[in-house]
Design a protein around this ligand. Structure first.
Ligand code: 5AD
Ligand code: SF4
Length: 477
């Protein structure tokens, strides 16, 4: 089955031209197949994990649409792609479970293809397992060569067998490939890839590779194009945005980049994540204090409140340094909303250590916090640490932490009740079609009466009632 590929030009050697060549080639295969089955081929990209993956999925979607696939629900799609996460073990378990469910569907539908990519694929044991027990998967690739998606699809069509392409690391950043945004009015923008921090529990540096920053000009150009295309809010993405630019030939600070982005006319809101406390500079705090566009929200993962545990986690700050940082930020940016990530049950965590975490939660009074049970990741230093904490102790701490975090978040959220705030309307409310849902600067949601034509616009909304983690409101006019 080899349709007449009549691309006259030679395969370009440089990117992204090479990928545009493969996009055209893949399109011919897809068109041919669609003709064979007398309907368009469909795809579904399912994303696991973080915003970084969500952004990568937009790139996958962009390429798939370019080559002629149409988007569909997962249970109908001819091409199902899982963009995986591996930060905690249960993320892997979920993917294996979902794959098991796809197998019978694939044996019924000869046109069906299954693709797996993302962080989990960077683990050699995973790929071994797929090769051995999941032979029905068609395409396996990792985090470093996602830009080659079209080329890999062509390899799959031409070879007819399982295609696996995993790179250990890369220093390459390929610009200007297609992508299909989920929202027309807001977008994630990668500013850097990888992570050099090696927090002792975390697998990300092993699966996302070494830190590399995009050139500031490329970032600015991308945002300018997004704004021309109707985007007013960007989320700058990186594992540790505070160390942005350090590895560039001409180093640039994250604060300096923000100042440049602030100048882009038509851009209304700037968000970023994730910040590492050890690299959050006074310069950045100052820029946040004086900016008119940077949202008053900072996600500042603390991970633990115990200085001993933080040391074992290789986080490079103490409890006191973290609290001092919070004080400085609050002084410079009054009313800023703070959110965090916390891990309970890190090896060697005692009840006293856990009490230190609760103490930080009570002192900082986070607007919300993502709480995680420590998950042992093979290959990380923490996996071989002694004194792994027994499951029932961890569960008990987790429940106590969650209770504390939620009751504080409710109180913090209710402070804004009665105020009028600007919201970017994102969608019709999931629960009530007479309401629309808007996002506030502090990242919380407000549901208020409105029609779908408000989507993508800003509204001043009175927050009439706090519901704990979101508000009910009414538009002011
Ligand atoms: N176990 C539990 N949580 C983890 N995280 C990262 N690695 C692990 C792990 N091994 C959490 C951290 C990080 C968030 C994205 O995931 O809190 O900030
Ligand atoms: Fe993982 Fe730490 Fe890097 Fe975040 S900063 S991705 S927690 S190693």
């Amino acid at each position: 089955m080899n349709p007449d590929i009549s691309l006259s030009s030679e395969i370009p050697e440089t990117e992204p031209q090479r990928q545009y060549y493969y996009i055209e080639k893949a399109k011919q295969y897809v068109t041919e197949k669609a003709r064979e089955i007398a309907r368009p081929l469909t795809f579904c990209v399912t994303t696991f994990g973080c915003q970084m993956n969500a952004r990568d999925s937009e790139k996958l979607r962009g390429i798939l649409e370019r080559i002629g696939y149409e988007e569909a629900a997962e249970d109908e799609a001819d091409f199902v792609i899982y963009n995986t996460c591996t930060v905690r073990e249960n993320a892997n378990t979920r993917v294996y479970g979902r794959l098991g469910q796809l197998k019978p569907r694939k044996s019924r539908n000869p046109h069906m293809m299954i693709g797996l990519c993302g962080c989990m694929m960077q683990e050699p044991e995973v790929v071994e397992k797929l090769k051995k027990s999941y032979r029905f998967v068609d395409l396996v690739f990792g985090t470093h060569n996602i830009y080659k998606f079209a080329e890999l699809i062509v390899s799959r069509f031409e070879s007819g067998g399982m295609v696996i392409d995993i790179w250990k690391d890369t220093d390459k950043i390929v610009e200007d490939l297609p992508n299909e945004r989920k929202y027309s009015f807001k977008s994630g923008v990668n500013i850097m890839f990888g992570c050099n921090n090696f927090c002792s529990y975390c697998i990300v540096p092993y699966v996302r590779g070494r830190e590399r920053s995009r050139a500031p000009e490329a970032i600015i150009r991308e945002i300018e194009h997004l704004v021309e295309d109707g985007v007013t809010e960007v989320m700058l993405l990186g594992q540790n945005v505070n160390s942005y630019g350090k590895t560039l030939d001409t180093p640039v600070t994250f604060a300096a980049l923000l100042k440049e982005i602030e100048k882009i006319e038509g851009l209304e809101r700037i968000r970023f994540m994730t910040s590492h406390p050890k690299d959050l500079s006074d310069e950045l705090i100052e820029v946040m204090g004086s900016s008119h566009k940077i949202c008053r929200h900072l996600h500042l993962p603390v991970q633990s409140g115990s200085t001993d545990i933080l040391k074992k986690m290789n986080r490079h700050y103490t409890k006191e340094q973290y609290l001092e940082l919070v004080r400085k930020i609050r002084e410079a940016v009054p009313g800023i909303s703070l959110t965090t990530d916390i891990i309970v049950g890190f090896p060697g965590e005692t009840e006293e250590d856990f009490q230190e975490t609760l103490d930080v939660v009570r002192r900082v009074r986070y607007d919300s916090a993502f709480t995680f049970i420590y998950s042992k990741r093979t290959g990380t230093p923490a996996a071989v640490m002694e004194e792994q904490v027994p499951g029932e102790v961890v569960k008990d701490r987790f429940d106590r932490l969650l209770g504390e975090v939620q009751s504080i978040a409710r109180e913090v959220c209710s402070v804004h009740e009665g105020s009028v705030q600007r919201a970017l309307v994102e969608s019709v409310s999931d629960h009530d079609s007479t309401l629309v849902t808007g996002r506030l600067g502090n990242n919380l949601l407000v549901h208020f009466p409105g029609s779908p034509d408000l989507i993508g616009t800003y509204a001043d909304v009175e927050l009439t009632e706090c519901k704990g983690f979101y508000y009910i409101g009414k538009a002011c006019r």
